[in-house]
Design a protein around this ligand. Structure first.
Ligand SMILES: Nc1ncnc2c1ncn2[C@@H]1O[C@H](COP(=O)(O)OP(=O)(O)OP(=O)(O)O)[C@@H](O)[C@H]1O
Ligand SMILES: [Mg+2]
Length: 348
């Protein structure tokens, strides 16, 4: 008996015509049913070309016909009705891409303190180190720590025509942070709609210039607040940060389902605080090890790398010089550069 999961997996092999992304990650597959040997799949397109619909239909049929045991196969590809039908063929169209910004990558974690901001900062600096033009958007309203980690003590300025905010730059990365909007340690009491509006402005009313990547540090957790942020910014991919012990607790699964709800492809998992190397070179696995990799395999998503627990990472963060910049050849620096390479590879 064939399962719906097997069908979905087979459909992941069908690319949207002209794109490197597959039809499942675009969220086009609306219904899958498998009864006995009869399989029926229903897709809803967001753009209106009959050629694209026909190509996707035959792609699905080819992908499913190779599965064993299917005797009846029905693939239905629905076209949008009304004025939408005339829209161009880009399935991203409805997400309002930001002019000048090629790719937007979000970094999420199931809970706080796992090193999400450390990962965002080092990923941004690593992408820049590899030659990309990079921006970093700190959406953590609860504890914006990124300006400190980036060694940025100045606030954004206003453009000559006074229409946009100009983000400060350090280590080759342009930064916009909620932290710029609050004074000192005063706690921020933001209400939902206000946060959304501010974040939207961070994307549209900031003079980012031409960027290859905008890295977005989401607040910790995978609840409604994080979900609405994912809908506020047009994301091309999501990275999930976990510690080894947290990985097995279903927290990663929650991160995955958050990104799936908004049709954001998951680029993979980073395991932080993975292991500790003593001064004598002995490797200690304090929190257990390999949880991230195992969970990635279980969930069939890429594993992006393991970052060691390394005092230097914290020290570098506190000093405002991320480890990728201060010690790119260290194991931690190399781990973050590896993550950056995989993100680049996934989003070409
Ligand atoms: N691999 C590591 N080795 C040593 N220290 C680390 C490592 N990763 C993070 N840290 C330190 O742990 C602390 C928490 O990290 P970070 O602020 O990046 O976590 P976070 O998930 O963003 O937390 P929050 O939920 O508060 O936003 C920081 O002091 C950071 O320097
Ligand atoms: Mg943080």
């Amino acid at each position: 008996m064939i399962t719906e999961d097997q069908i979905k997996n087979a459909l992941r092999g069908v690319k949207y015509p002209g794109f490197s992304r597959d039809i499942v990650s675009f969220g086009l597959v609306k219904e899958i049913s498998a009864r006995e040997n009869a399989v029926s799949v229903s897709l809803q397109l967001t753009s209106g070309s009959p050629e694209v619909a026909a190509e996707i239909k035959s792609g699905c049929e080819r992908a499913l016909n190779v599965l064993p045991g299917i005797t009846h196969l029905h693939v239905e590809v629905k076209m949008p009705a009304g004025p939408q039908a005339a829209a161009a063929q880009n399935p991203w169209q409805s997400q309002n891409r930001v002019p000048g910004i090629k790719r937007v990558v979000a970094v999420a974690s199931g809970k706080g303190g796992v090193g999400k901001s450390t990962t965002s900062v080092n990923l941004a600096c690593a992408l820049s180190h590899l030659g990309a033009r990079v921006g970093l958007l700190d959406c953590d309203i609860y504890g914006p720590s990124i300006p400190l980690m980036m060694g940025i003590r100045v606030k954004p300025t206003v453009s000559a025509d006074e229409t946009k905010m100009v983000p400060p730059v350090n280590h080759g990365v342009k930064l916009m942070s909620m932290g710029f909007l609050v004074e000192g340690d005063s706690p921020v009491i933001w209400r939902g709609p206000m946060i959304m509006k501010t974040i939207q402005q961070f994307v549209t009313a900031v003079e980012w210039g031409e960027l290859d990547y905008l890295v977005v540090d989401l607040p910790p957790g995978t609840g409604d607040a994080q979900l609405s942020l994912c809908q506020t910014v047009p994301l091309d991919g999501g990275v999930i940060v976990t510690t080894p012990q947290e990985a097995s607790l279903g927290v990663v699964r929650k991160g995955i389902s958050m990104f799936e709800k908004v049709n954001v492809p998951i680029l993979g998992i980073v395991e932080n605080m993975s292991y500790f190397t003593t001064p004598n070179g002995e490797r200690l696995e304090i929190f257990g090890h390999g949880g991230g990799r195992q969970e990635a395999e279980r969930q069939e998503i890429p594993f992006l790398g393991e970052v060691p627990l390394f005092t230097e990472i914290r020290v570098a963060g506190d000093a405002g010089v991320p480890i990728v910049v201060s010690a790119p050849d260290s194991p931690a620096g190399q781990a973050f550069l590896g993550v950056a390479r995989m993100v680049m590879g996934a989003l070409t």
